[in-house]
Design a protein. Structure first.
Length: 179
């Protein structure tokens, strides 16, 4: 079902529409939240808080042009708020996340888990501003222009943060490979 129709039905009070929106976007939003926070528990809280707030404000919602981008923006803002409140620095996913999906071969699973942990540690070393742009671009599948509007900065600044972040990730990961 198209997002606009789902939002329309949701604004009219349809619980089924809210359920469909939740089921459609929860995994995507969770991945985005983990990429931003590097904390599975914080990510879960952010996604659930976002949907609770979304549900409470059904009648007050103005026109939502892009539901996916709207929800991604809400999750990113919630992550920022939760991190600020808890004064919590991002931590590794080592204890909280593993690559167990649809990988039957144990040796392949071990390799994927190790790669996920290395990437998680490398992302955690980046400044939040760079990590945020990278997560919104890659996990959020947002265009630079949309990210710039969301963050209230210029498109060139967004592109610079992305470029420097990717460059830093390459350097960090190259050092890990050479060890």
């Amino acid at each position: 079902m198209k997002d606009k129709l789902l939002v329309y039905k949701f604004k009219q009070g349809s619980r089924d529409a809210l359920r469909q929106i939740y089921e459609k976007y929860r995994d995507y939003l969770f991945i985005l939240a983990v990429a931003l926070s590097h904390d599975v528990n914080l990510a879960e809280d952010a996604v659930h808080d976002t949907f609770i707030t979304f549900a409470e404000k059904a009648g007050k919602l103005e026109t939502v042009v892009n539901l996916k981008a709207f929800l991604a923006t809400c999750v990113a803002n919630r992550i920022r708020d939760l991190m600020r409140k808890q004064q919590k620095q991002p931590v590794s996913l080592e204890k909280n996340c593993s690559a167990t999906s649809e990988v039957d071969e144990p040796s392949r699973r071990i390799i994927l888990n190790e790669q996920l942990q290395q990437l998680s540690l490398a992302l955690a070393e980046l400044p939040f501003e760079q990590r945020e742009v990278i997560a919104l671009r890659i996990h959020g599948q947002m265009r630079f222009r949309i990210i710039a509007q969301f963050l209230g900065i210029s498109v060139n600044t967004v592109k610079g943060r992305y470029r420097y972040g990717i460059s830093s990730l390459r350097s960090i990961l190259d050092k890990e490979v050479k060890k």
